[in-house]
Design a protein around this ligand. Structure first.
Ligand SMILES: Nc1ncnc2c1ncn2[C@@H]1O[C@H](COP(=O)(O)OP(=O)(O)O)[C@@H](O)[C@H]1O
Ligand SMILES: [Mg+2]
Length: 273
């Protein structure tokens, strides 16, 4: 029961967004970006740049963290997401997978999955069954472990469960916060495949990553956040070739070293090499 008229190809529009925590701390300033329907957009940036804050603003969970949108707009298709209400976002089709793969450790895999999609109200059983089927097709390991406590899964399996739980709400836009963090290279590769597969099924993805190589290989477009502001934006392939991104995010250190470069900041408008 969507409140707004259905929109077949909704895009996420963030325009001039300012976010502060607890009145004083400015976490985002004049951030604008668009996630067109069906695309993957990567959001890169160092620790503390504001990546998670942006996802919280879109998913309506800022207030749970004492944050507030103080300027700007967030729209998903015809729906205004004012940054304060998670239910509005979920009903519009926008679902966040929080950082740190927060699953309910004491609940089973099955119970975790059933908790996804809460807030959508009562859904038809066939819709829920279809969502479960999608999750188990993507993650056969979860299908084998439905009665196991989530806390006993490996880190990679917990990340898959966290993604699976979000997919239970049948999102049209998935917000993924550092899905590869702390995982072994093989599992990072698997997560990348999963993101590609989810996107191929028609779900748009806003992907926050510190693993820039992985994110840029998946994304159509990318943005680099630096201390709360968008410093670089462009097609992912082009950004991957800019000196600043290579130096800061793709591990190609220069003589001064990454740390120095990070402190002195990137140069805007550095062209592709
Ligand atoms: N709940 C919070 N209360 C106060 N400040 C916060 C809170 N969450 C994040 N911040 C601050 O906001 C800024 C952006 O943080 P965050 O969005 O978590 O960055 P990132 O995800 O890019 O690492 C940082 O300065 C961080 O310390
Ligand atoms: Mg973060």
């Amino acid at each position: 029961m969507p409140e707004a008229p259905p929109d077949d190809e909704p895009a996420l529009h963030v325009e001039g967004l300012d976010v502060t925590y607890g009145r004083a701390l400015s976490a985002l300033r004049s951030v604008s970006l668009t996630v067109p329907h069906g695309t993957v957009v990567a959001l890169l940036g160092a620790n503390g740049a504001g990546k998670t804050t942006l996802l919280r603003a879109v998913s309506g969970t800022l207030r749970l963290h004492r944050g507030a949108v103080t300027a700007g707009r967030i729209r998903y298709g015809a729906t205004e997401l004012d940054g304060r209400d998670p239910v509005t976002a979920v009903r519009a089709g926008v679902v966040q997978v929080p950082e740190g793969r927060r699953v309910f450790a004491g609940l089973t895999v099955d119970e975790n999955l059933r908790s996804g999609g809460l807030g959508l109200g009562r859904r038809r059983p066939d819709q829920v069954a279809e969502a479960r089927e999608r999750v188990f097709t993507l993650f056969p390991r979860l299908a084998e472990r439905t009665r196991q406590a989530a806390g006993l899964l490996s880190g990679g399996e917990q990340q898959m469960l966290a993604i699976g739980r979000a997919l239970m709400a049948a999102p049209r836009l998935l917000l993924l916060d550092e899905p590869s963090l702390g995982l072994a290279p093989q599992m990072v590769h698997r997560i990348a495949e999963v993101v590609r597969e989810i996107n191929a099924q028609g779900t748009a993805v806003l992907l926050v990553e510190q693993n820039a190589g992985m994110a840029l290989s998946l994304a159509d477009t990318a943005h680099v956040l630096e201390v709360g502001e968008v410093r670089l934006s462009g097609p992912a392939g082009e950004l991957a070739r800019t000196d600043a991104v290579k130096r800061l995010y793709l591990g190609e250190t220069t003589e001064e070293g990454t740390e120095t470069a990070q402190r002195t900041g990137t140069t805007e408008g550095q062209g592709a090499a």
